[in-house]
Design a protein around this ligand. Structure first.
Ligand code: TXE
Length: 519
């Protein structure tokens, strides 16, 4: 059951307005099946009140400037490190992931983000003086500036409650916005704990509020209240979010599903490729938007690669993580995931795939599925075409590079991909042909750690991007200024129109645009 601190945090998330009548949602530890806390399931009126408070707090936060806001966020970087073990254990308790998955892909990311955004926000959002080649505007001052949108709504998923929910709040705050964060109803505790941390670090009241509750209910109410929506989740829900946001012409940034391919060329370092496939396919129990979801291997090295991969996956401990170094692959996090994984494996086997390791639900409480390698798969199978989001690695033999590229691109998704070859120039040439927002050569996933490098999906994988200049500018509205400093009382083209002036303007246009050799 909820600790006193959790109950208090939950109550405060609703600004103390959580009446006893507010319905609650159980939070379950998916590794054990035990209910560990309850949080309020906030309704429309409560979300509207939070939005009002967030809007009221925003101008004061913006007025602190980059330096004042940066001080709070940088203090939070230290807080995350000082409280790392507590944060990790909270994440592990509500996601079922391993200690290391929470440490590396969540705490590490958050600590980095709480330093990166305050250090770079000012430069990314600096006013720009713009020069124009248009002679009609000579002498005028042109400026591009960025203003915070006001109130940002962040709707987060359950696979990375810190990185992909809370992590998106950091650039929004650095830009001077207030934020309403709607964490997944499956994993709200991490967001509540981090919000508590930000308050301890001096974030003014109501600048960041956590609206716990259901997707369509609380999440839908958030969409209707905010000035911009950052959503991470499934493509199906992303479309609904986009449609609802369209009602008020609210901008959205969407990070959606993926079916990321890993290509092993015949000249690859097979040891590295197999280690990378095992790790980047199975860390976080395969529940990473950019995890390796399918593998294509050129025929001459297929058997050797599959043998290496199978060996590595067979040695993995798939059990509850009770502390550092106690398990490699944790439980799944969201209840429907086990059924999806089971369905994909069964479908593959029914159509002729071989299970080389794994392939079952272990007999224990909680949401478990064994790390699984599937060989002899093809594109008639769900495991190669639909997002599995679980601990499976389907490996397909391809005749050559052309077939690998064609199949890698044969997907409605285009989030990321990776290519392995000892010939890095060849690897890079293949990478450039993949239809995805990010492609790694002799690596996978790690592009996500470079906060300077934009990360966003093509096709059904999303809209907009995280990281880089675009990762903070999306939380702002652009304003262009034109200031006319030296001018006459009347421009020549202004009223009244006369035949002489119209002819003169025509001649002037020909002089400007009608001369010169073209080809
Ligand atoms: O996510 P949803 P689900 C994929 C993965 C998984 C599938 C479904 O394949 O099997 O999505 O997961 C909130 N208005 N990814 O159903 O529904 C919801 O409460 C507003 C990939 O659990 O997309 C949660 O906070 N909000 C992904 C968030 O949306 C709504 C990570 C995401 O939930 C809403 C997770 C609505 N109508 C799953 N309905 C990635 N890209 O990393 C739900 N929500």
């Amino acid at each position: 059951m909820a600790s006193l601190q959790q109950e208090q945090t939950a109550a405060r998330a609703g600004n103390g307005s959580v009446a006893t009548a507010t319905p609650t949602i159980d939070v379950t530890n998916p590794a054990t099946g035990e209910v560990i806390a309850q949080v309020p399931d906030l309704g429309r009126e409560q979300v509207a009140e939070m939005a009002r408070l967030g809007r009221a707090a925003q101008p004061g936060w913006e007025a602190l400037g980059f330096e004042g806001r940066g001080r709070v966020l940088l203090r939070m970087q230290r807080w995350v490190m000082d409280n790392a073990d507590r944060v990790i254990r909270t994440i592990v308790s509500e996601t079922g992931k391993t200690y290391e998955d929470a440490q590396l892909a969540e705490v590490n990311y958050a600590a980095n983000a709480f330093g990166f955004w305050p250090r770079n926000a000012e430069e990314y959002l600096a006013e720009e003086r713009v020069k124009t080649a248009n002679v009609m505007l000579k002498g005028k001052k042109l400026v591009l500036r960025y203003r915070p949108v006001g109130l940002v709504g962040v709707i987060g998923p359950w696979n990375y409650p810190l990185t992909n929910g809370f992590g998106d709040c950091v650039p929004a705050l650095a830009a001077g916005n207030s934020v309403l964060l709607k964490p997944s109803s499956v994993t709200p505790l991490t967001s509540l704990l981090l919000a508590e941390g930000l308050r301890e670090c001096g974030l003014p009241e109501h600048v960041l509020q956590v609206a716990t509750g259901s997707g369509g209910g609380t999440g839908g109410a958030v969409i209707d209240e905010v000035d911009m929506v950052m959503f991470t989740g499934s493509t199906e829900t992303g479309k609904k979010v986009m449609a609802q946001a369209a009602e008020r012409v609210t901008p959205v940034s969407l990070e959606l599903g993926g079916k990321d391919p890993l290509i092993v060329l015949s000249d690859a370092d097979l040891e590295r490729a197999a280690n990378a496939a095992a790790y980047y396919g199975l860390f976080n129990t395969g529940q990473t938007c950019i995890s390796v979801e399918r593998v294509y291997v050129e025929a001459p090295v297929y058997d050797e690669f599959v043998a290496k991969l199978t060996d590595k996956v067979r040695g993995l401990r798939n059990q509850p993580s009770t502390g550092p170094g106690t398990s490699e692959v944790g439980s799944l996090t969201s209840p429907p995931q086990v059924d999806i994984v089971e369905q994909h494996v069964r479908d593959a086997v029914d159509k002729g795939a071989r299970v080389l390791v794994g392939g079952h639900r272990p007999e224990r409480p909680g949401l478990w599925y064994e790390p699984t390698v599937l060989a002899d798969v093809d594109h008639s199978m769900l495991c190669m075409t639909e997002e599995t989001f679980g601990p499976t690695l389907p490996v397909m033999k391809v005749a050559d590079t052309e077939e690998a590229v064609r199949l890698a691109n044969d997907s409605p998704y285009g989030l990321s991909a990776s290519v392995f070859s000892k010939d890095v120039a060849r690897g890079e040439a293949v990478a450039r042909r993949i239809e995805a927002g990010a492609v790694c050569v002799n690596d996978a996933v790690t592009n996500y750690l470079a906060l300077e490098l934009p990360m966003g999906g093509w096709k059904a994988s999303g809209l907009g991007s995280r990281h880089g200049a675009g990762g903070i500018r999306k939380y702002t509205k652009q304003q262009s200024l034109l200031v006319s400093r030296f001018h006459t009382k009347r421009e020549l083209y202004m009223f009244p129109y006369t035949p002489r002036m119209t002819r003169l303007i025509g001649r002037f246009q020909k002089l400007l645009y009608g001369r010169g050799k073209r080809d």
